[in-house]
Design a protein around this ligand. Sequence first.
Ligand code: NAP
Length: 317
Amino acid sequence: MSLTKIPQVVLNSSSNRCSMPVIAFGTAADTNKSSAETTKVAVIEAIKLGYTHFDTASVYGSEDALGEAIAEALQLGLIKSRGELFITSKLWVTDNFPHLVLPALQKSLQRLKLEYLDLYLIHWPISVKPGDWEIPYSEELITTFDLKGVWTAMEECQKLGLAKSIGVSNFTRKKLEDLLSFATIPPSVNQVEMNPAWNQKKLREFCEAKGIIITAFSPLGAKGASWGSNEVMDSEILKEIAQAHGRTIAQVSLRWLYEKGVTIAVKSYNKERMKQNLEIFDWSLTREDHEKIDQIKQIRVNNGPVVFFDNLWDGET
Ligand code: NAP
């Protein structure tokens, strides 16, 4: 079987300037619709198709299944060594305290059965009192987020070799500016919602100028997930462009992200769709396509794990 060769980007502030594959296989699935076994089977299938970058987080509950799939892929000889894979995981908001960062990373590594992560991200720029609360959290559970203390602990994780690179997720320009004012290791990545219906124009320009790679999550608008919408997959504009190229709406959306110079985390546990989502590198969109996509109505869908918290986006739309 011929594997799709996925392009890579260099992470400037990682140890040894690591390369990151531009497409990650997402593993956030609604738990009521997906079991650990489904995740494991999907990851093994994904490795067979050529995916090498896997995106997980402690809150997704997918670390154990991903770890088992990696172990099985090694056993089956689908990969020769763990080094062929790029694994991203994330620090959850109830661990967003300086003294909890290293223990949280160690727990993630244990669940993944790995010695190091390729990338460790602060999942959201908020701290929620430690505990097993129901999500979305009520506002009373939010407490002060010590960004400097947490980032210093993240830097320590990279220095210890437990994470080859570190970054953030769901950070606005203002929060990145705060972080860059004291970071000794700047964040390699900011993983944020981005798709044709939420194009992150200003954040993209800012991150490009600062050498921070954007990873687009919910690149298809997460249709079908509790945190998603139909804005992308039901877009008439994207449908028209897809028909003109003999492609699917998903492929147009993913290709558009790639041409915007960002990296992507996309989730499908369906073999045909997994394959389709990799077939975006040997064709391109036209300038007219880009102009049409720029007309799509903009709407952010994912407002984070808190019932209401207006501090999250710093007034940015
Ligand atoms: P997404 O990738 O935009 O959409 C996933 C949905 O689209 C699934 O229902 C999937 O169903 C369907 N799908 C996938 N490929 C398709 C195709 N070619 N045609 C039609 N439908 C398709 O949404 P997401 O899961 O929210 O985002 C991707 C990953 O980003 C997550 O899994 C997670 O790893 C990460 N993420 C990060 C954050 C964060 O805060 N940092 C937030 C959300 C997500 P099937 O599985 O049935 O194909």
